[in-house]
Design a protein around this ligand. Structure first.
Ligand code: NAD
Ligand code: UFG
Length: 337
């Protein structure tokens, strides 16, 4: 029985596919490569010693997706595929709603038709909006402020409705905090298009000399040093969390929701310091205005995942920085030669 991994050529999907193959799962990747490179598939094979089956398909194309369900015995779906840039979603809401929602609806329809019962969804800490209480528990109130976040919350709501109508399903909603880091080999990692929006790829591009300095978005928040605090989590820990989530679904838990974070927040300046220590590179920075829509602090209470999944993040900030740096320094132009 196979696991269908949508968006498996992307940053989190590629790391998870390796983890799944190593755990003995059969993996089928569907990706339209709109934000990834085919070379990732060769590297997944190189690292795991196994070849996932690959379909280059846009998931919004139901006819083509149906072929994947016909040709394979799919037991579970891990749904990573989505557009994910917050700022871009504000400028291009139609593309975000269309891509993220239609692709998910196509999967729901085919799941029903082909009797697939297990579904893992990539949600995000963004669904907690500006949290009322820290650390954030899974039952905190939910609110979103941009179209990207709204697609995540809408899909979570759809999943709750779908489960209500069909209790035979098993659904894991995983809310990721801030993924950084890369595979220990340094041959797969995160490759954002253009100038990075997220902090770690921005820092690594400064470190390799492709960007002059980091802009620190505000130093007047009510935090340890005034800069924004986030719960950074190693992508390898996240990947492992998906294997644990699949194990959980095999126990027929119904619909379950977990924070995947470390439970520890770091400020922007603490992250910069940890990166400099890991890489031996000074990161020049300038304090600028706050970025619209940013919040002061966001970090998880990951206790529920530990208790119910037997999952706990094992990598600390130093290893996250070392591994992000290994990937960027070995591949200054990402997957491009
Ligand atoms: P990514 O862009 O690296 O990976 C997503 C993959 O999906 C890409 O390979 C892209 O080509 C593919 N894709 C997108 N739309 C598609 C479609 N219609 N058909 C087929 N393939 C399609 O992103 P990532 O960082 O690996 O994120 C994976 C998931 O995790 C996303 O759902 C994202 O919203 C969620 N998430 C990411 C973060 C983060 O900071 N990286 C945080 C929280 C949640
Ligand atoms: N930051 C800077 N300079 C930069 C980029 C970021 O100072 O160039 C700061 C931000 O102000 C924030 C922190 O670094 O305090 C982290 O910012 P990111 O853009 O890396 O991450 P966010 O927490 O804003 O959001 C990310 C993803 C969202 C996701 C969320 C929670 O972009 O999609 O994590 O998982 F929802």
């Amino acid at each position: 029985m196979a696991v269908l991994v949508t968006g498996g050529a992307g940053y989190i999907g590629s790391h998870t596919s390796i983890e799944l193959l190593e755990a003995g799962h059969e993996v089928i990747i569907v990706d339209n490569l709109c934000n990834s490179d085919k070379i990732v598939l060769e590297r997944i094979k190189e690292l795991s010693g196994k070849s996932p089956k690959f379909y280059e398909i846009d998931i919004t194309d139901k006819e083509k997706m149906e072929v994947v369900f016909k040709e394979n015995k799919i037991n579970s779906i891990i749904h990573f595929a989505a557009l994910k840039a917050v700022g871009e979603s504000v400028a291009m809401p139609v593309e975000y709603y269309s891509n993220n929602l239609i692709s998910t609806l196509v999967l729901f329809e085919l799941m029903k038709k082909y009797n697939v019962k297990n579904f893992v969804f990539s949600s995000s800490a963004t669904v907690y909006g500006d949290p009322e209480k820290l650390p954030i528990l899974e039952d905190s109130s939910l609110s979103v402020t941009n179209p990207y976040g709204r697609t995540k919350l809408m899909i979570e709501d759809m999943l709750r409705d779908i489960y209500y109508a069909d209790n035979s399903l098993n659904i894991a909603i995983l809310r990721y905090f801030n993924p950084i880091g890369a595979h220990k080999s340094g041959i797969i990692g995160e490759e954002p298009n253009g100038i990075p929006n997220n902090i770690m790829p921005y820092i690594t591009k400064v470190a390799v000399g492709q960007l002059p300095h980091l802009n620190v978005f505000g130093d007047d928040y009510n935090t340890v040093d005034g800069t924004g605090v986030r719960d950074y989590i190693h992508v390898l820990d996240l990947a492992h969390g998906h294997v644990k989530a699949l194990e959980k679904l095999s126990e027929n838990p119904g619909i379950v929701t977990y924070n995947l974070g470390t439970g520890r927040g770091y400020s922007v300046l603490e992250l910069v310091k940890a990166f400099s220590k890991a890489s031996g590179k000074e990161i020049p920075y300038k304090i600028t205005d706050r970025r619209p829509g940013d919040i002061a602090s966001c970090y998880s209470d990951p206790t529920k995942a530990e208790k119910e999944l037997g999952w706990k993040a094992k990598y600390g900030i130093d290893e996250m920085c070392e591994d992000s740096w290994r990937w960027q320094s070995q591949n200054p132009n990402g997957y491009k030669k």
